[in-house]
Design a protein around this ligand. Sequence first.
Ligand code: PLP
Length: 436
Amino acid sequence: APTTLHYPYEVPRSAALFERAREVTPGGVNSPVRAFQAVGGTPRFLTAGAGPLVTDADGREYVDLVNSWGALLHGHAEPTVLAAVREAVERGTTFGAPTTGEVRLAEAIVGRVPAVERVRLVGSGTEATMSAIRLARGVTGRPAVVKFAGCYHGHVDALLASAGSGAMTLGLPEGAGVAAAQVADTIVVPFNDIEAVRAAFERHGERIACLVTEAVPANMGVVPPRPGFTAALAALCREYGALFVVDEVITGFRVGPGGWCELEGVEPDLLTFGKAMGGGLPAAAFGGRAELMDRLAPDGPVYQAGTLSGNPLATAAGLAALRLADDDLYARLDTAASSIADAASAALSAVGVAHRVQRAGNLFSVFFTGDEVTDRAAAGAQDTRAYAVFFHAMLARGVYLPPSAFEAWFVSGALDDAALARVHAALPAAAEVTAE
Ligand code: PLP
């Protein structure tokens, strides 16, 4: 962890809570990146959120550019979403039997995403990708999975090989506890390198059940696919009889109503969703063509299940969030992303800090490197210490960025002029601190 950062103020309540948390929870957190290990300092314990803002235990307020890692499209405590959850909670929190909300949310997803005819709801993005690759193996009768270095698909054993997000932040690309047998059928290739993918298919084609990719890799920072790359992956999968599985857990319902693949005009065989589709509650999904999805239990032989899958509170929140995601929302997300990305770049350029702002729709992140970042190796070559300094300088000025250089910055529709003005005000000074 960085050693000589600027921590210009104390956060005694967060510090005390972190100490307590560490006594009873490994590392004090329930998901590794929250611990601030990549940036140093004390993780802020958040007590409330309202629109674009969050408040920590010490009463400090921040403009939130994490938005629960993309789960919040509309910012915090959006009134319509809250009302839907309140209405649902009064009728009981879980049944373990079919409910209307599940049908409505599934219809909303099928209605928005052209490649999805049937969808199964699950509890987390991890479950969604785990289940999608099980289905791909079940349908094809083949064992192998191709994935990209730096792509993160949750903590699925087979997909932790060279994963992004916390695994990359903490330098744990393989991960203890994953048996060699569990990754023996995982083929890892560099992103944006179609020749490497072709070579993998030429060598292992008959054994490959599926290729899985993030629609836009956003767990090594944002690394847009080169033009035509996604379509070329789809074509290779078709050629070899493998399924093309696209993880839209981050991009789904965020970069546009139908996700990234709709923007690119590519139709994957299977897609996974999470984050935004839950409206801030735990919900995720995987879906695709009917003939594939119908191979799942109870109609088919591929088993998949969940006690709280399709939970009524989560489906109510998700449906409310998706209904609010209209053209106007996407226009506001794009405007907010442009505004912040451009201002960050201008501020860093003004003081001569080498950087690249990489964008795919309203997803973006700032890399502290002079070179274009097209894959994991390039992402790993950035100056993570500079990011840590910049992160703390922004935090001190009331802007909460992702506490790792290997994550996307997430905007929400709640970022109003006042919130954007705060971000704009913080950037030049934070850039100057980073240049020192
Ligand atoms: N897929 C992608 C692209 C993700 O970014 C994530 C989480 O960050 C996941 C899957 C896993 O989702 P979850 O954390 O809900 O298990």
